[in-house]
Ligand binder design. Sequence first.
Ligand code: PEP
Ligand code: MG
Length: 580
Amino acid sequence: MEILRGIAVSPGIAIAEAIVLDAEDYRIPQRTVAPEDVEQQVAILDRAFESSVDELGRQRDGWSSELGQETADIFNWHLGVLSTPQLRTQVTELIETNSFSAAYATSLAMRRFQRRFQKIDDPALAERVRDVRDIERRLLRHILGETREDLAHLSRPAVLVTHELTPSVAATLGSSKVMGVAIDVGGPASHTSILLRAMGIPSVVGVTDLSAHVSGGDLVIVDGVNDMVIIAPDAATLMQYRDQQKRYRQIREKLADLRDLPAESHDGVPFKLLANVEFPSEAAHCIEEGGDGIGLYRTEFLYLKDRGAPTEDQQYEAYREVIRAMDGRPVTIRTFDLGADKYTQEKSADREPNPMLGLRSIRYSLQQLDIFKIQLRAVLRAATEGEVRLMFPLIISLMEFRQAKMILHDAMEDLEDEGIPFNHDIEVGIMVETPAAAIQCRDFVREVGFVSIGTNDLVQYLLAVDRGNERVSQFYSSAHPAVLRIIHDVIKTCRKAGVSCSLCGEMAGQPLYTMLLAGLGLREFSMGPHDIPEVKKLLRMCKMKHMERVAKRALSFETERQVVNYLRAQTRKLLPDDPI
Ligand code: PEP
Ligand code: MG
């Protein structure tokens, strides 16, 4: 049994056999073949070794003339590993003695090989881990050809173990048999993590080198509560986790009793608990969990689903589906937040060196006016069907907001000229997710219809910590005193101006922050649908005076640790059984 620590990003416990994807997304299931097919697997393996040696030899010769001998020599080591009989004999033996498929035997042998280098405490040799991965990938490419198995069509439940996972692959897991996910890299607020949480798949990220420790078919536990991944658990641990899994399900089932109760404090102050959604199908989820509407519809995920720019009609239909599903409840549609870790970077041949500070969100839309206008037309048309608000992401200046509104008016004029019905009075607001917008909030509230605080990005930009990087995840915290104070200022400014203010970052759905945010004056929370019942439960237990006292005390601390310890102690008093 091996226990590895990571960052839990989606709660729950998953227990299943592992499927390991390497960095190129090859899926290597543990597969055995019939005895009569063993010979064929050995032949496949032999061909893969020969093709890899040929290919590498050609590439090395090319590199030595282009890049010099030194670079080409690095690959001589790869050639050495592939042409000396040792590795090939080992893989062949794995096939012959266990009837493993060539792909699985290769993956198993290469992972053992990698582990040998990982144990050596010498940075020069640590580099070899990457080389071994490279060789594995090359061999698997030749063994599997281009026939990657599709995760959406697994035949039995599995835990997905992978070095990294892009939002576009994560988005395909919703209806699959993937029960849990464990990833080598990643941070708590990355879009992949948000998606996994939205799909309710227990997940742990930032488990350094996990994928090198696991082979396809190993039994794995993803503990999305205590930040752990357990490989090959012993019988006692397995039993304990099966129990915990049952208890976790019971807690969730009990929360369902809250569904039809109003979201209000113990002394009757009303709150709006809204849902963040990425796909139209999640709107139903919001209602199932007792949500009061959609506070954030991340429309850019239409790109992931359709793998390209969605047409005006496709968008119109998606927006209309969400609005209709909400049956009169409010829906806030955010214009495309492309760039950063979403879609456009992933696909771009010309990657930005610093995409989080690059051409993303409203900046991208204002440069790609055709795409932006099509989206605005689709939103305006769909907005005739219900209570819809339009929101612009990552605003840093009033000029940007005014420019975006001008394009909106152009789109309205075009629709008018074409005689197409649309909502003339749509309310327009912004996300406050940059320090600039937060600090200048006093100016924004004179022009915007509403504000939604996006703490996922606000924390990232205020603290200068990449939200998706596990190496700095210990610095990424919504409990930093600077974050608390800036949120407080925005809420106060909006209240004073009579402008509606919600918060749609992940912290809105974390019970740790519920009393604090309510006590700071927030009345609208928008979160993953799954988080609504627990936040509702907590609000209904507390009187406003108490939450205001908690907020005041939390604001008085100088360090993030003090804030977390205090909020944790306060929350535990009310939810003693919940992992906080
Ligand atoms: C945020 O930044 O807090 C937010 C809600 O937007 P996203 O997570 O899509 O960047
Ligand atoms: Mg954001």
